[in-house]
Design a protein around this ligand. Sequence first.
Ligand code: NI
Length: 175
Amino acid sequence: MAIREIIILPDKQLRLVSKPIEKVTPEIRKLADDMFETMYDAPGIGLAAIQVAQPLRLITMDLAKKNDEGEVDSKPRVFINPEIISSSEETSVYEEGCLSIPEYYEEVERPAKVRIRFIDLDGKLHEENAEGIYATCIQHEIDHLNGVLFVDYLSKLKRDRVLKKFTKAAKRTEE
Ligand code: NI
């Protein structure tokens, strides 16, 4: 496993539409392993392949929670070619962040429940319901596969402000 570099706003690759994965090859497994290592290191709860500059429809997620004994209950999950089949009219609001927009958090309103379809690393097809933080996280990550970022849901004023901040920071790094 290896930690890969996470691309940051305003990197244009974040706007790419990622391609479906035709077959789960050893390269795809390696990419998923690297994405977990990168995600845990960051640390974050979800990562889309495009965030490590691979425009493929692959997501890693771990909504680990600390249990009463303070131990982390780790649940690593991989979603290949995930799709939202249906969304609830009911919405919920969570404060979101993104490893490609570091240290920036804002509340986003999204459907509270979604039904998703995806394949796993064994190529097996799954359908399941997501709600709570899981629903928000999977929607956020699927957005990445379509070149959409959570800041796109904010007011133009807020979005322009964060874009400007990260564009300036990127210029400073270049100099
Ligand atoms: Ni993100």
